[in-house]
Design a protein around this ligand. Structure first.
Ligand SMILES: N[C@@H](CCC(=O)N[C@@H](CS)C(=O)NCC(=O)O)C(=O)O
Length: 324
């Protein structure tokens, strides 16, 4: 496996948070690294105990995989029991840094750079030090960086700590359907934009591009029938689709060459995205400035567009499908 930086591959823009990535050299396809810390939360032997004030989520608002966790925390009320450390939206050469915090360190873990806590956990760790990651503050160990499954744990194992009136984002009767849709959303949309943006062959890029836009067309159709992906129930799948939509016109369209259509060109997807953005858990965790900041060019020039005030404009979802 060769590691190569995006900056070397594409001139100009510092295009992504995942600037060191994996490529299949036969096909030029991007292949995401496997997560190293995957122990689930739960009350079974060998699982991570569900305990208030013991864990810390490390994230940066730029990252879609980390953003999911913060939306789930806000919807479920878990910010009260799991603390958060926020890294600077620019990934430095030494990895994610806490330069944006007083003294340049995470106030709880006192680390300057994310790789420090991975190295402390396992001196032999050779993978990328990624966000989101969950640190057990008591032992100072990274205990989970399984970005794909984390929201499932917040929604199930962490139920005893949900706030009153929290939505059931992973309802029992829909679990299999949600998981199936999440796989599709992951392959074609969430990771699809990366597969297009990181491809090192025309074929790999076009394959990812075609799958992405075919899937967006399908989701556009699906959302013409219901307010959310599963009828009038907000679920885990909506969080997953939202984080990619929120970055689409700023980042994936121009930088990852996902440019068949912009989000705002899809009536249903766009109104759906604005509808979700009107919910404080989505809005307060969506830091467009950080997403934009990351996409400055080599001279530090920030893109002026797109016009983000459009996100504040009314949407037609309640009128079309009922509800508040
Ligand atoms: N853990 C997953 C997904 C999480 C992820 O890629 N996070 C990015 C930010 S969006 C990251 O932390 N990258 C750090 C790096 O590439 O050094 C992976 O490694 O593919």
């Amino acid at each position: 496996m060769r590691e190569k930086s995006f900056e070397q591959t594409h001139n100009g823009n510092i295009a992504t948070s995942e600037s060191v990535h994996e490529i299949n050299h036969e096909t030029g396809q991007f292949v995401r690294q496997k997560n190293r810390f995957t122990t689930p939360f739960g009350d079974q032997e060998g699982q991570l105990p569900v305990e208030a004030h013991r864990y810390r989520l490390l994230w940066t608002p730029l990252c879609p995989w980390a953003h999911r966790q913060k939306i789930a925390f806000a919807l479920l009320g878990l910010d009260d029991v799991i603390s958060t450390g926020t890294a600077h939206p620019h990934r430095s050469e030494k990895g994610w840094s806490f330069a944006n915090n007083p003294g340049g360190v995470d106030p709880v873990l006192k680390i300057h750079y994310l790789p420090e806590i991975y190295a402390e956990t396992d001196p032999n760790y050779t993978g990328r030090a990624t966000v989101p990651c969950i640190v057990d503050v008591k032992t100072r160990k990274v205990v989970n960086n399984d970005y794909f499954n984390l929201t499932y744990y917040w929604e199930t194992a962490w139920k005893p700590f949900h706030k009153k009136g929290a939505p059931d984002l992973f309802p029992k009767d829909l679990r299999e359907d949600i998981k199936a849709l999440n796989d599709v959303i992951f392959n074609d949309v969430n990771n699809g934009v990366y597969k297009a943006g990181f491809a090192e062959s025309q074929e790999a890029y076009e394959e990812a591009f075609d799958a992405l836009f075919a899937r967006l067309d399908e989701l556009e159709e699906r959302l013409s029938h219901s307010r959310y992906l599963f009828g009038d129930r907000l679920t885990d799948s909506d969080i997953r689709l939202y984080v990619t939509l929120a970055r689409f016109d700023i980042a994936y369209y121009p930088v990852f060459l996902c440019n068949q259509r912009r989000l705002i060109d899809y009536p249903n997807l766009w109104n759906y995205a604005k509808d979700l953005y009107s919910i404080p858990a989505f809005k307060n965790t969506t830091h467009f400035d950080a997403i934009k900041y990351y996409h400055h060019n080599e001279f530090g020039i920030l893109p002026k567009g797109p016009d983000l005030s459009l996100w504040e404009e009314p949407n037609d979802r309640a009128e079309k499908f009922g509800g508040k």
